[in-house]
Design a protein around this ligand. Structure first.
Ligand SMILES: *Cc1c(COP(=O)(O)O)cnc(C)c1O
Length: 391
């Protein structure tokens, strides 16, 4: 039997993050004391009132198919959120609820990109973007950035990468994996370049609420009608409400794009989980005070970890302004990131994600969505590891 794998599937790289995670979990299961910095999810529980709303929906028998783009109540609550927090006017028909922010991204790319199209992705990037672009038959064009510019692309850099084939720019601010945040002026200038060139923007704003040091988030869609017309905003419940396992994301798009995405979704997953959507309504309409507590905690860990990292010889780290990641530069150790992370895990039992997974081999990603005790222990071990390397 010839199990010919489709060229689309065969073109994908398996997730390095998941491989490291699997190895760390196996080591833990074997009784080893592993410190994990790999987590891409909050270490806090989903707020109780959100769980209660979903449990009530389940008990009330809200267990059947819903409209494929989500229940009207939730789409209205999302439209209200965009108005209230971002100054963006969307009709509920422009809002699509999907099975996770990742699914929202995939739907956007599948509905707007095809063979012959180029999609510009600034690196370091969230590792799924280029693979999704390849699945759509389009070509990822990677724009390299470094810690010298806080991992941000400049308008000139973007302009010189645009060709007649460019269809889409993928923006992610605050960023996974770097934690960097574009200022409103910077994001407007990036948007201007896209508007002038007629390039669409997929703006992944899932970390918009996780900001530090007075950093400000402004959606690229909010600067003018033209910016709005060129932008699809992607968001989700995973990060600010700690609902990663609920699989609920959403997006807001110009009407024709929203209609196309609705069609794609109606033939793939149908609707997002019915009772989970009731929990999401509670997430948007209920109290948000959990966020202040979480942010205060993240901020403490971030400050400690950033200082500690920069005190280690051979390591330098730009401070993160958003999300819950630090992205230290380890190039002075002379090791490539995958080799570095493998040796770190085997030698000191610390799990980190190699930067190569995000298109940046001089770095590693550390998540501070883990306890302060873990961060202290893990960074002490990282320091010991690096000191042994230089001997
Ligand atoms: C976590 C994350 C998402 C969405 O994750 P879901 O669990 O699918 O909601 C989207 N983009 C980025 C950059 C993320 O880190």
């Amino acid at each position: 039997m010839n199990y010919r794998i489709s060229h689309r599937a065969a073109s994908l790289s398996p997730s390095l993050t998941l491989a490291i995670d699997a190895k760390a979990k196996q080591m833990k299961a074997d009784g080893l004391d592993v410190v994990g910095f790999g987590a891409g999810e909050p270490d806090f529980d989903t707020p109780q009132h959100i769980k209660d709303a979903a449990a009530r929906a389940l008990a009330d028998g809200f267990t059947k198919y819903t409209p494929s783009s989500g229940i009207p109540e939730l789409r209205q609550a999302i439209a209200d959120k965009f108005k209230r927090e971002n100054g963006l006017g969307y009709k509920p028909s422009q809002i699509i609820v999907s099975c996770g922010g990742k699914h929202s991204c995939y739907n956007v790319i599948l509905a707007t990109c095809q063979e012959g199209d180029e999609v510009i992705i600034p690196a370091p990037y969230w590792l799924s973007y280029p693979e999704m672009v390849k699945l759509a038959g389009a070509k990822p064009i990677i724009l390299q950035t470094t810690d010298k510019t806080e991992f941000k692309v400049t308008p000139d850099q973007l302009r010189s990468a645009i060709t007649p084939r460019t269809r889409l720019l993928i923006l992610n601010s605050p960023s996974n994996p770097t934690g960097s945040v574009y200022s409103p002026e910077e994001i407007k200038a990036i948007g201007n370049v896209c508007v002038e060139a007629g390039v669409l923007i997929m703006s992944d704003e899932i970390y918009e609420h996780l900001l530090y040091d007075g950093a400000e988030h402004k959606s690229v869609a909010s600067f003018s009608q033209a910016h709005y017309d060129h932008t699809i905003v992607v968001h989700g419940f995973a990060k600010a409400w700690s609902m990663t396992g609920w699989r609920l994301g959403f997006l807001a798009a110009p009407e024709p794009v929203a209609r196309a995405i609705d069609a794609v979704q109606s033939h793939s997953t149908s609707n997002p989980t019915s009772f989970a959507q009731k929990g999401a309504v509670a997430a948007l309409t209920g109290p948000q005070d959990h966020l202040h507590r979480w942010l205060a905690e993240y901020d403490k860990r971030r400050t400690y970890a950033w200082k500690k990292l920069n005190s280690i010889p051979g390591v330098s780290c730009v401070n993160s302004k958003g999300a819950f990641y630090l992205f230290p530069n380890i190039s002075k150790t002379g090791l490539k990131s995958a080799d570095f992370c493998e040796k770190l895990l085997e030698g000191e039992k610390v799990a980190a994600v190699p930067g190569i997974a995000f298109g940046a081999d001089d770095y590693i990603r550390l998540s501070y969505a883990t306890s302060m005790a873990n961060i202290e222990k893990g960074l002490d071990r990282l320091e010991k590891f690096i000191r042994t390397l230089s001997k």
